[in-house]
Design a protein. Structure first.
Lengths: 251, 387
């Protein structure tokens, strides 16, 4: 992990969560009470559009979800604390009989274009039923040319459309201080537009985390010591809200 | 011979819409501001940037054209240079504000949840490079991208103005060709920092809108009519604006009410702001034409207190623009720190706009007070103030 962080971009480590993690293994992960990170329904998509995935879940067929993204997809600390693992745990809780695998394809500091280049080699080869594409942060931070960002998203969605997979895009993480320094607005607006134009759903992580921050559910800028635990708790909540978003038409 | 410049009184509409654009820019620069959905970009493909750049071009044509005609070439060039210098100083001032904000919030980057993705590191570890790049107009973080564009576009007029004042329309041809080249090849653009980056507002594209403004300003000065008032043209503009408004409004509404479809979005996206996509340009020109036709400079509406407040802001566009950026940063900070509930939103937006208007009135008052009353009329044409 530390090696991975230190070398960042140069070492292209692809973290892949191995097999279906048993419920017992998950027990030690910090769990938060459900109400703490509940969000009003307007933050989640109104209609799912995850036809393939929900069909398979209902029929009890094995499900593969690929989560491609940056540092916040990879997570900090053990992989089972990342949001893809937490999503897997949550889906398994709701569909205990269905074999569900969420593959973590998070690599720190990647732009949308970097991720686009990984789509065909790493995502399509998994033959996923759902692709979660978390992106935009690094593009906004390093001020990637906006039109290039848009083009990468467009190309990526077009490529994913050639498969049967459902697609869910996910935007940036929120914290008060990062919001003060980095202008995510333009990138977020484009993500919305491109997701809509490419007929993909968008998981509004930024808005959801902002809601948590303002409602007092979480303090993302709190004392230093609490921050590692904080990450685990936030990823857990993200995983559960993702499950809500995916199953929105299938409560 | 130069054409005889006629005396043009200040067109209140220009100041009004420039002021309004500045208020919109202030609002648009606050992320997650509720009022974002009530500015031009919510209902049009274009936004306040087009209005600001076009009207800046227009008043540059009017103002410096006057200097070029009334006095002489050297004097006109000197005035232009002085203005460019002022803009540059303003840019550096805004950069200082940015630097202060970033340095202050460096704390965030010790948070493991964010540290790996938020590499503003560049700014903090190689400050020496970044500052030089900012001085060279190559480092353009958010908020710092409009002034560099304005500076370059005005600098371009150092060359174009002496030519434009004779044959304004002919100069629009190369300008349009460069614009079209950018549309087709997505090239050229000026380099920015860090490497591989280019300007957010591509000057090669935006120069067309600015030049259009300059030429129209110049033609007003010389009393030449460039566009005949054709009713069919007006109707076309109305249709374009109506269609654009319906489409873009549906997108804006879609983000709040998913049941409302975002019309034609799959066909129209992406619409490049960097390269001033034709859709944006056409939408803006149609809007400008429509407004120009429907609203005379003597319109009663412009005498209302709120309109006069906007006019005051528009008259002092550079001061109020910089102030607006300062207020956006502060306002955003307040919303983040103290919550972005409805009351806070109203307070931040209300306070920001009030401060902009108050400062505009204050500067105007101060300028009037500063100017010796009687001697003014005796002075040489160098008293062409007002920009």
């Amino acid at each position: 992990m530390s090696l991975f962080l230190r070398f960042g971009r140069s070492v292209r480590v692809v973290a892949i969560s191995a097999v279906v993690l048993s419920a017992a293994a998950m027990a030690h992960v910090t769990s938060v009470d459900v109400d703490r990170c509940a969000v009003p329904s307007e933050f989640l998509p109104h209609e799912g559009g995850f036809v393939r995935l929900t069909d398979r879940l209902r029929q009890g067929l094995p499900v593969v979800i690929a989560a491609i993204g940056g540092a916040s997809t990879r997570g900090i600390g053990p992989l089972e604390q990342s949001y893809p693992a937490r999503l897997q745990a949550e889906l398994s809780r709701r569909y205990p009989k269905v074999p569900i695998q969420v593959v973590n394809l998070g690599v720190a500091r990647e732009t949308a274009l970097d991720m686009f280049h990984r789509l065909s080699s790493q995502v399509l080869s998994l033959k996923p039923d759902l692709v979660i594409w978390e992106t935009g942060t690094n593009d906004a931070v390093s001020a990637v040319i906006l039109d290039d960002f848009v083009q990468a998203l467009k190309d990526g969605l077009a490529l994913l459309k050639t498969t049967d997979a459902d697609v869910l895009m996910m935007d940036m993480q929120y914290s008060k201080q990062s919001a003060e320094v980095i202008n995510f607005d333009r990138y977020m607006e484009e993500m919305q537009n491109i997701a809509e134009a490419g007929d993909a759903r968008l998981f509004k992580r930024y808005a959801i985390m902002k809601y948590w921050s303002e409602s007092g559910a979480f303090d993302f800028d709190g004392p230093m010591a609490a921050r590692r635990d904080l990450a685990a708790q936030v990823y857990d909540c993200i995983g559960r809200r993702l499950a809500d978003a995916i199953l929105v038409s299938d409560p | 011979m130069m054409p005889q410049a006629i005396n043009v009184s200040r067109d209140a509409r220009i100041d009004f819409f420039r002021g309004l654009a500045l208020v919109f820019i202030f609002i648009d620069h606050i992320p997650d501001d509720v009022l974002n959905d009530f500015t031009l970009h919510a209902v049009g493909f274009c936004d306040a940037a087009e209005v600001f750049i076009f009207l800046s071009g227009y008043s540059a044509g009017l103002h410096y054209g006057k200097a070029f005609w009334r006095v002489d070439l050297i004097h006109g060039e000197a005035l232009l240079l002085r203005r460019i210098w002022t803009l540059y100083i303003a840019h550096i001032f805004v950069f200082m504000i940015y630097t202060a904000t970033v340095s202050y919030t460096v704390e965030t980057f010790h948070n493991p949840m964010y540290s790996e993705e938020l590499q503003v590191g560049d700014f903090l570890t190689s400050t020496h490079v970044v500052i030089v790049k900012a001085l060279l107009l190559q480092f353009q973080p958010a908020y710092l991208d409009i002034l560099p564009l304005y500076i370059v576009l005005l600098a371009l007029q150092l060359v174009l103005m002496p030519l434009e004042r004779r044959r304004p329309l002919i100069l629009l041809i190369p300008s349009a060709i460069v614009y079209l080249v950018v549309q087709v090849w997505d090239w050229p653009n000026l380099p920015a920092y860090p490497e591989d980056r280019t300007w957010y507002f591509n000057p090669f594209a935006w120069q067309f809108l600015f030049c259009l403004g300059v030429v129209l300003g110049l033609s007003r000065l010389s009393g030449r009519v460039l566009f005949p008032r054709d009713r069919r043209l007006f109707m076309l503009a109305v249709v374009v604006v109506a269609i654009s408004t319906v489409i873009k409004t549906s997108w804006t509404l879609h983000w709040h009410f998913e049941e409302i479809p975002a019309l034609l979005i799959g066909w129209l996206e992406p619409i490049s702001k960097t390269n001033l996509a034709p859709l944006r340009l056409i939408n803006f020109l149609a809007l400008a034409l429509m407004v120009e036709w429907m609203m005379t400079p003597q319109a009663q509406f412009l005498k209302m207190p709120l309109a006069r407040a906007m006019i005051a802001c528009g008259k002092l566009s550079l001061n109020i623009f910089c102030l607006g950026i300062l207020l956006s940063v502060t306002g955003h900070f307040a919303l983040v720190e103290f919550g972005s509930g409805f009351a806070m939103q109203v307070a931040v937006n209300g306070a920001g706009i009030s401060i902009m208007v108050a400062i505009a009135y204050f500067i105007l008052w101060f300028r009037r007070a500063e100017r010796p009353p009687a001697t003014e009329s005796l002075k040489a044409p160098s008293a062409v103030r007002g920009e």
